[in-house]
Design a protein around this ligand. Sequence first.
Ligand SMILES: C[S@@+](CC[C@H](N)C(=O)[O-])C[C@H]1O[C@@H](n2cnc3c(N)ncnc32)[C@H](O)[C@@H]1O
Length: 203
Amino acid sequence: MQSYIVPMLKKNVRRVFRLFKKPPKVLIPSAKRMHQYDRHLVVGKKVLDVGTGSGVLAEMAFKKGAMEVTAIDINPAAVKAAADRVPRAKVLHSNLFEKVEDTYDTIIFAAPWSEGEVKKPFDHAIFDTGVSERFFRDVGKYLQKDGRIWFEYSDAFPENFNRLEKLINDNGFVIDKQWSYEDWGELVERNVGVYLFEIKTLN
Ligand SMILES: C[S@@+](CC[C@H](N)C(=O)[O-])C[C@H]1O[C@@H](n2cnc3c(N)ncnc32)[C@H](O)[C@@H]1O
């Protein structure tokens, strides 16, 4: 009996809180997500942070020893937030690699992983409307030889998750290492896995 009531109460409390919360303009990263990056992310000297959001990963890249970080985002509010948070970074308003000209030894993309329609700029942080596919199709042009890609995704929508490895391999890359943890998936209302992949070029 109690095992049913407690999750139901938690779910409804979350719903009530959501009604009163001002919607954020950029994704606020959870402590668990940041912990996973902090434990595993390794960066080179020159880093590209794709979909920088609040700029947390650009900031972490500097802390981990990067000398140069370029951070890009399609959401103008994210561009402002990241520029304010990480003044050392070069922050660009760019739809994926549209404004990127250089090559990098580390490319990070914490991708959106849910299914749905983008109706306002913030939604780019949530819904994958083909951005992961475009990312893997084009990322090779911006990655230096022996460079590494760090890509985050979730198994919340199994169809998208299951095609990820093929997408990576078909574009000439291979997953070298991966880590994951379980967390509450707000949109699917169940626990989901949050995966961090370290990806290298397939030789
Ligand atoms: C899941 S959020 C990650 C934000 C931040 N890196 C973090 O770890 O908290 C994904 C980010 O990618 C951005 N994004 C989505 N599609 C994009 C695109 N086509 N070009 C550039 N940025 C994009 C979103 O606006 C959002 O800020």
